[in-house]
Design a protein around this ligand. Structure first.
Ligand SMILES: [Zn+2]
Length: 64
């Protein structure tokens, strides 16, 4: 029974995988699927925080 315990140990983690999304449209930093991100219709990914900052900035600029 000791053998049984040893057999499939580390594989249960495999379900949760992270993959590369690409580089952020705004800050050009690397994004992986663990982070919050969005993908534009043009297939360009961006950090959600960068996107938010960008859109809020635009709103502020146009409201003047
Ligand atoms: Zn970014």
């Amino acid at each position: 029974m000791l053998e049984k315990k040893k057999a499939k140990k580390t594989w249960s983690r495999k379900i949760h995988t992270t993959y590369d999304v690409g580089n952020c449209k705004y800050c050009s930093e690397h994004i992986n699927s663990d982070m919050s991100f969005i993908v534009f219709a043009t297939k360009e990914p961006a950090h959600f925080s960068c996107y938010k900052t960008q859109t809020e900035g635009e709103q502020n600029a146009s409201s003047r």
